[in-house]
Write a protein that binds this ligand. Structure first.
Ligand SMILES: O=C(O)CCC(=O)C(=O)O
Length: 251
């Protein structure tokens, strides 16, 4: 698809998929570094930097919210193809946030609640997007992303605190009508799914007994974004409440 067609789809739907975005050699290098980070770095991280479904079972590691302190992942913060594509879609110069890794370990009850990323970021204008790169085959069974097309055009909806570590806020009044409009996005390793900060999305738990559902993600913020400090303070307070309730010291 041409860049202009991709941008037209992004503007209309609030999300787009670029198949085979990462070539096999870059994908293998990325995966090897994620494996290294998990085996060598994660064991020394505080609770706020590595989320588990069950900390007593290391195989249930489900989220690494900030990987940019590692030199390999810091290299993703330099201008690259990811940033070029983000700037094309956002329509202005932008900067990346800390790289993240998401998993739904096989056989864990870990749904992603319906949410809008910009409820967490609190940016006006909402010129922010997330690039979510599949590292496994992803489909309905192992918890693919599901989007409500066009939902990015209607602002940020009220969110409530959830009990899901890593996704502390979910849309308060998400209903069956919206659920019936969802588009489920299947992806293969190297495909990148890109969504607008106001796009409503969610994912089911991984119902497979054996398949992981891993992804590497980068958020890009346009230069015009200004943080709404009051909204951000409310979000931070709610996040803190969730972590206190869960006995842990963050999204
Ligand atoms: O990996 C997931 O299930 C959700 C990821 C997500 O919501 C995001 O990157 O904005």
């Amino acid at each position: 698809m041409s860049e202009s067609a991709l941008k037209a789809e992004y503007d209309r739907e609030g999300f787009v998929v670029v198949r085979n975005f990462l070539p096999p050699d870059e994908l293998a290098e990325l995966q090897a570094n994620i494996d290294r980070y998990i085996s060598e770095v994660v064991p020394g991280l505080p609770d706020s930097e590595a989320f588990y479904h069950d900390k007593a079972r290391p195989e249930t590691l489900k989220q690494l919210p900030r990987m940019g302190h590692d030199p390999y992942f810091a290299s993703y913060l330099q201008p690259n193809r990811w940033q070029e594509l983000a700037e094309e879609l956002i329509g202005e110069p932008c900067t990346p946030k800390d790289p993240q890794w998401f998993n739904k370990p096989a056989g864990t009850e870990h749904p992603t609640p319906p949410h809008q990323d910009n409820f967490y970021f609190c940016f006006k204008p909402p010129n922010v997007l997330t690039m979510w790169l599949a590292l496994d085959e992803v489909d309905a069974e192992n918890g693919c992303l599901r989007y409500v097309p066009g939902s990015h055009k209607h602002g940020v909806r009220p969110h409530d605190q959830t009990s899901v570590l890593g996704f502390s806020q979910g849309i308060a009044d998400y209903g069956l009508v919206e659920e019936s409009q969802e588009v489920e996005v299947h992806a293969s390793p190297g495909d990148v799914v890109i969504h607008h900060g106001d796009a409503i999305h969610r994912a089911d738990a991984n119902r497979s007994a054996t398949r992981e559902r891993r992804a590497f993600a980068l958020v890009y913020q346009g230069e015009s974004c200004q943080r709404d400090d009051d909204a951000f303070a409310r979000y931070q307070a709610s996040l803190q409440r969730q972590h206190t309730q869960m006995g842990l010291a963050t999204k």
